[in-house]
Design a protein around this ligand. Sequence first.
Ligand code: C2E
Ligand code: CA
Ligand code: CA
Ligand code: CA
Length: 278
Amino acid sequence: VKERGRSGYALFDADMEEKSLERILLEVELRKAVEREQFYLDYQPKIDFSKGTLVGMEALVRWNHPDLGRVPPNKFIPIAEETGLIIPIGEWVLREACKQNKKWQDMGYSPITASVNVSVRQLEQSGILNKVIEVLNETGLDPKWLELEVTESVFADLENAAAILEEIRGFGVKISVDDFGTGYNSFTYIKHLPVDTVKIDSSFIRDIHQNVESKAIVNAILTLADTLNISVIAEGVESKEQLEHLNKGGCIQGQGYLFSKPVSNELFEKYFRDSNLL
Ligand code: C2E
Ligand code: CA
Ligand code: CA
Ligand code: CA
């Protein structure tokens, strides 16, 4: 029994060690990735499904490592956040998304909003407002075509976050609360944070057509947002059935595989040319 116990521990240790090695490796590689231009963006369309029109895009970072291949964001973003590497990565994403959006406007496509995910580490970084202004000046994008997606669950200091967001919003940039409804204090957040849009988390959309609770939560969010004059978008819309439920509840904007997965800038351009995306 002892023998087994010991080998059990040994196995456990080896496993732990392997994990931390992978983690160290990713951290080392992540440090080099910005300079070596291993990141690129995919863009997912946001649709007004009352009209079938394109209203915006969400820029999603991708990491293509020469040996490791594609490392998913859920794997490297948390490491980037812990190490502070999210600051240079996030800045790169912001600049690239603004640059691309301006380029599309210059090509003559009707303007859409570029949504960029911003982690709390970035927001709390001193000088974030100046960084945003600098990127907008550099790229020539009008602030009204930029939206920052912030996740509600991560603000340690709500007052501070509200002050920063208020400044950014004062400059004309839109603020969206991502993964809305998943935090413990969702309603407190929209009371205190300056917000233009809430993005209903995909977990509520996933079973909206078969779960009364999810449906009730979505409808409550829609009613609340309507009263507060906040826009709503649904994320993770995958089926016609889900879309119908959203439509019935009065939600008219969405994003998800039903319309398109995130795609390259070249592929995205066809969505500008399609008059009906439904
Ligand atoms: P998120 O902001 O909630 O982004 C939505 C995620 O859901 C994306 O995964 C997207 O590809 C995926 N998705 C879109 N439509 C559907 C659908 O219909 N069904 C399903 N099952 N999934 C869908 P992705 O690109 O792997 O990103 C994962 C997370 O990584 C993002 O979640 C976001 O939190 C983070 N992330 C991605 N890019 C950035 C970035 O540039 N900066 C920061 N700070 N975080 C980022
Ligand atoms: Ca997002
Ligand atoms: Ca989500
Ligand atoms: Ca989300």
